[in-house]
Design a protein around this ligand. Structure first.
Ligand SMILES: Cc1cc2nc3c(=O)[nH]c(=O)nc-3n(C[C@H](O)[C@H](O)[C@H](O)COP(=O)(O)O)c2cc1C
Length: 324
């Protein structure tokens, strides 16, 4: 390390620790970072993708977008405005997002206020209280998605019932698809150190039908308690108008803006994304929201009824590829 570097080691630690707290499918953390002066590249790590469940790399790019959003939030606390370029270099396709830090001033209003939520937010797979999500919070989450160029659709009772039908089909397929099952077994269940989803973070098994995804369906269900889930889950679908790799990165930025905003209202969140991992079922979900945009994530939201555990992360040093 030279003494003329733009960022100090502490600042790099703050930025990359925040980025690492982003959600990623099965907690694969499919990212590496390359820092050159005031430019941070968020790179796709091909060793940490899910070739069976995520053939196109859509979920991977959503995770990379979420990591880039957390970078922006941490940079805002350090006083840097940020601008982003998506897949800026055709010669290096692994670079998903290039983050440019502007000269240091004072903490950037807005974004920096979300910094406290970065470590608090996590995926909560337990039951929610029956209390409704207040309209003000719904509006704030919808606005958070819009700020990143995405949409959030809150489902009404009829749409929720219809989604329940689609989820039941997806759950059934998930259990019987040997390849997907093996891929999930590699990342999910048991004790985990650094990545993957440990059994302790999987939440209880539902008593009766519930809007929840059991990531360990088909294996590793011993030792988990059971719980009755909420009757009317608040469910929102995050979508983008276009459907390409840039839209997926954008969906990741929007997802993280929505999740951190939810956390700032003390709301817990989880995902029902199994319905989007099969092309025909994703089309059914697309129809549910009027076919005007592409569903990227299905988010369940509410006040948590139990405590819950966080999934582990690798130390930030393990994600830093180069620093010049
Ligand atoms: C694109 C994407 C899809 C996901 N799909 C699901 C899902 O269907 N079910 C689920 O329980 N969690 C899902 N997750 C949440 C991840 O499992 C979670 O982010 C990861 O384990 C890290 O844990 P944390 O969110 O608690 O920090 C998804 C996350 C992303 C980014």
């Amino acid at each position: 390390m030279s003494t003329t570097q733009y960022l100090t080691k502490d600042e790099v630690g703050i930025l990359l620790t925040a980025a690492a707290h982003a959600p990623s499918m099965h907690n694969t953390q499919p990212w590496q970072f390359d820092i050159q002066g005031a430019v941070i590249d968020v790179l796709r790590d091909a060793e940490r993708t899910l070739p069976v469940a995520d053939t196109a790399g859509r979920m991977t790019r959503i995770g990379l977008g979420a990591a880039a959003f957390n970078l922006r939030v941490a940079a805002a606390v350090l006083g840097h405005e940020t601008t982003l370029a998506f897949e800026p270099d055709p010669a290096v396709p692994a670079v998903a997002v290039r983050v440019f830090l502007a000269g240091r001033k004072v903490p950037v209003p807005g974004l920096s206020s979300l910094y406290g939520e970065v470590g608090r937010r996590h995926t909560y797979r337990g039951p929610m209280l029956d209390a409704a999500v207040p309209p003000e919070a719904r509006r704030a989450l919808t606005e958070a998605a819009r700020a990143e160029g995405a949409q959030l659709h809150w489902l009404d009772g009829h749409q929720r019932t219809e989604l329940g039908r689609i989820l039941a089909v997806a759950n059934e397929r998930d259990i019987h698809d040997e390849d997907r099952l093996h891929e999930r077994m590699r990342w999910i269940g048991g004790e985990r150190d650094g990545d993957g989803v440990p059994e302790a973070a999987l939440g209880p098994l539902p008593e009766g039908p519930a809007a929840v995804r059991d990531l360990a369906a088909g294996f590793d269900r011993d030792g988990r308690g059971r719980a009755v889930f909420e009757h009317k889950p608040a469910i929102a679908i995050l979508s983008t108008v276009s459907e390409d790799s840039h839209a997926w990165i954008r969906a990741g930025l929007a997802l993280q803006h929505v999740l951190l905003t939810a956390s700032s209202y003390d709301l817990a969140t989880s995902f029902l994304n199994q319905a989007l991992e099969y092309a025909d079922l994703r089309e059914d979900v697309r129809r549910l929201i009027g076919r005007t945009s592409w569903p990227q994530l299905i988010i369940r939201c509410g006040y948590p009824a139990q405590s819950s555990n966080h999934a582990p992360r690798r130390p930030w040093e393990a994600t830093l590829e180069e620093w010049r």
